[in-house]
Design a protein around this ligand. Structure first.
Ligand code: G4P
Length: 536
């Protein structure tokens, strides 16, 4: 096996997806503890305290800015190099999260067993489904009185449109939580609140009729477990690795992250099952990780929060070949060479200069304004990776410069922050000077204003615009598209790639326009959903 193949197969690059408060931060921390990457609890900063205040958000971002290494946490476990990507918890920054998912090969879904499937979970799973990203599921907080496990499975399958395959099963719940039974290995893991080490009480029970079960968990829970297991095996097919790898079904684990229960088993399973880097689709061809030549794309740009240094870090996902420090690569969008001096790798709380990186790795590149999200680096080939789309904004505003003397700063700030993905900028046909901003959440607008002022010394104001829904539009019939754009010109925007966007002021109005314009296709992301399958 070549070095490239060996390194590639060791990589496991994933992200945790969850609704805020489900336990993402707690699990991340436990994974890092077990992976030996951190030694004390409380080292992982949570973004969950951000509510709606821009100053709170900026404070947290500043803290994170100092240690941007928390954006990617790397550690070794079970012979694999694990890269865990952090994604923003706040719903207003969901675009950043969606894009982060383009850089991973699998996802861990965390569901709060008290609340069940929640809003953000649905959206994030939808993004994973579009890309056929394999998902493993952890039902958290079993130490609390939550929903019935059967109901949780049913809800997950129904609401997330993915097959569920329980791998462990809880014995009791809430105060009566005794542990989990591993249905595949036929082992009982007994629960001790707060244990850090691997549970010592692992009992092999091949036959559930074994009286040892009663002895360990009591009569009524033993009976319930037997009944449950009977029921599950009748309803759900056994776990099948291929179904998981193709994103059709998710293995489900139960536990309590806060009590370290079930997390290590989860990590054991992930490191043995989760996929190594998968092929990625580009506009030109499918790029396989084992290809000799290096390719990679930028999926995130992180500003340095220190206003004195306008530098940014661009996060590059290595897709194929070996990435080398000080090599000169081809920056596809500009057609210019780019030399990668001092690339950085991230190991939990630290970052270090790396000399090489392999498919699946995430490298931080010092950026002086060269990169945009979605940019590709190669050894010379023209490749444009797909799957890093913009998502339709839900809030629109006209933006105007509030200080005419600072025209230059205003444009510079606006362009750079748009490149970072803080906001999307659109223009209007025939109105070259008018700019429209699109964001997913209100907080993004405030962050833009704050950062324009503090980092670029520019001020901006917003004016309302009558739109709440937007769709990218396309048509095979170019005349029909041109006519539509002309007829609806008041409601048309143009994105940075020159693609048209149609705004509607209500779902009802949108449906009517759609019905009366059958030649026009409407999309909710900037990339056409159906051609996003990288693994096909
Ligand atoms: P998030 O990153 O997904 O937003 O969630 P986070 O890990 O911050 O967890 C949200 C809350 O749920 C935290 O409590 C955390 O302690 C709690 N939690 C996580 N896992 C479990 C679990 O297995 N059982 C129980 N009972 N609680 C759990 P908090 O009170 O909001 O914060 P904190 O003061 O404890 O940090």
């Amino acid at each position: 096996m070549t070095e490239l193949n060996r390194q590639m197969r060791r990589r496991l690059t994933f992200a945790i997806i969850s609704h805020p408060d489900s336990g993402k931060t707690t699990i991340t921390e436990k994974l890092l503890l077990f992976g030996g990457a951190i030694h004390i609890a409380g080292a992982v900063k949570s973004g969950k305290k951000v509510k709606d205040s821009v100053s709170d958000f900026m404070e947290i971002e500043k803290e994170r800015g100092i240690s941007i290494s928390t954006s990617v946490m790397g550690f070794e476990y079970n012979g694999r190099k694990v890269n865990l990507l952090d994604t923003p918890g706040h719903a207003d920054f969901s675009e950043d999260t969606y894009r982060g998912l383009s850089a991973v090969d699998s996802a861990l879904l965390v569901i709060d067993s008290v609340k069940g499937v929640e809003d953000r979970t649905r959206k994030l799973c939808e993004v994973c489904r579009m890309r056929h990203t394999p998902i493993a599921t952890f039902m958290n907080k079993l130490d609390r009185e939550g929903k019935d496990p059967m109901e949780l499975l049913d809800e997950t399958e129904r609401e997330l449109a993915i097959g569920v395959r329980p791998v462990t099963w809880p014995v009791g719940q809430g105060r009566a939580f005794k542990g989990v039974y591993n249905l595949v290995e036929r082992k009982l893991l007994l629960f001790n609140a707060g244990q850090v080490e691997r549970p010592v009480d692992i009992i092999t029970i091949d036959d559930l009729e074994d009286p040892l079960l009663e002895e360990k968990v009591g009569q009524s829970l033993a009976k319930k477990l037997r009944d449950d297991v009977d029921l599950i095996s009748g309803v759900y097919p056994p776990f099948d690795a291929d179904e998981y790898l193709s994103g059709k079904a998710t293995p489900v684990f139960f536990g309590s992250a806060l009590n370290n229960f079930g997390v290590r088993e989860l990590l054991d399973t992930l490191t043995s099952l989760a996929p190594h880097p998968t092929p990625k689709l580009s506009g030109e061809r499918i790029v396989r990780p084992e290809e000799e030549k290096f390719t990679g794309f930028i999926f995130k740009i992180h500003a340095n929060m220190n206003p004195k240094h306008r530098d940014r870090v661009a996060f590059l996902r290595v897709c194929s070949g070996k990435f080398e420090r000080n090599a000169t690569y081809y920056h596809v969008r500009s057609g210019k060479p780019f030399r990668t001096a001092n690339p950085t790798a991230f190991m939990a709380q630290d970052s270090e200069i790396v000399n090489e990186a392999w498919p699946g790795d995430i490298v931080g590149i010092h950026d002086t304004g060269v990169f945009k999200i979605g940019d590709t680096l190669t050894e010379g080939e023209t490749i444009n990776f797909k799957g890093i789309p913009s998502f339709a904004p839900q809030i629109f505003r006209y933006i105007v410069n509030a200080d005419p003397l600072k025209e230059k700063q205003y444009h510079k700030g606006l362009n750079q922050l748009a490149e970072e993905g803080v906001v999307q900028i659109f223009s209007k046909p025939n109105q070259a000077n008018l700019r429209v901003l699109g964001v997913v959440g209100q907080l993004q607008l405030e962050v833009l204003q704050y950062r324009m002022e503090h980092e670029y010394n520019a001020r901006c104001n917003y004016r309302a615009i009558d739109a709440i829904i937007a769709h990218w539009i396309m048509s095979d019939d170019l005349k029909a598209l041109k006519d539509f754009v002309e007829d609806q010109s008041r409601k048309i925007l143009i994105d940075i790639r020159g693609t048209h966007i149609f705004m509607s002021d209500s779902p009802w109005a949108f449906e009517r326009v759609k019905a009366t314009n059958p030649l026009i296709r409407f999309y909710s992301t900037s990339e056409m959903v159906e051609d996003r399958d990288a693994s096909a």
